[in-house]
Design a protein around this ligand. Structure first.
Ligand code: ZN
Length: 210
């Protein structure tokens, strides 16, 4: 496999030759059981480059860093649980768990499918992400909102703009439950932006327990 690999992780990747066929477009990374990054492929580098990722994210420097550190704090508990479950789930499929998530750009709605492969008795995880849907936001009925010259309607009591960490919509502070799609602020978030989860993403990532 192409990519950058931590010492010792390559021996866990042997199954990839037989167990599952990547088509070359996937963003693939591997983690140790402590969630530290052990492997990333060329797709990871390409995605980071195309989405203005920090340069260290594209270099071997990022090996050893916890992938949870580069995950938004609002989504960290979800991914910690997902990775832990994938490390311990034994199934008949080559992968143990799949998960779909939105990772949109300012221009396009993008949905990815994540497959989590448990490596050699849970000594690591290989995580493959494939783009399954990409279309202009307007085609899904999402109407873009122009950034207002006065951002007061979007400022909370601490004068912070709150962006959903998952779908990247912006909370309207004066209209309860409304989150607006403001492409200009996705491209370049205002200086005083904090994060949260909109109601839809909250119920997707943290469904109420039955
Ligand atoms: Zn959201």
């Amino acid at each position: 496999m192409n990519g950058v690999c931590a010492p010792g992780f390559d021996r866990l990747l042997g199954f990839m030759e037989t167990g599952w066929q990547a088509d070359g477009t996937e963003i693939i990374y591997g983690i140790w059981p402590d969630f530290s990054l052990a492997y990333f492929n060329e797709g990871w580098v390409r995605f980071a480059r195309e989405n203005d990722g920090a340069s260290w994210l594209m270099s071997p420097e990022c090996l050893g860093r916890s992938v949870l550190d580069v995950t938004s704090a609002d989504l960290r508990p979800f991914y910690r649980e997902l990775f832990s479950r994938a490390l311990t789930s034994v199934t008949a499929r080559p992968y143990s768990i799949s998960h779909e998530y939105e990772c949109s750009s300012a221009e396009n709605y993008r949905k990815f499918a994540m497959l989590l492969f448990r490596l050699d008795g849970g000594q690591g995880l290989l995580i493959a992400n494939s783009l399954v849907v990409e279309m202009p936001h307007e085609a899904r009925g999402t109407l873009p909102v122009e950034p207002p010259t006065d951002s007061t309607p979007y400022c909370n009591e601490h004068e912070l703009i709150v962006q959903c960490a998952a779908c990247r919509r912006i909370r309207h502070q004066q209209l309860d439950g409304r989150w607006d799609w403001i492409p200009a602020w996705v491209r370049r978030p205002p200086e005083r932006t904090s994060h949260g989860l909109c109601d839809l993403c909250m119920s997707y990532y943290y469904p109420p327990r039955q």
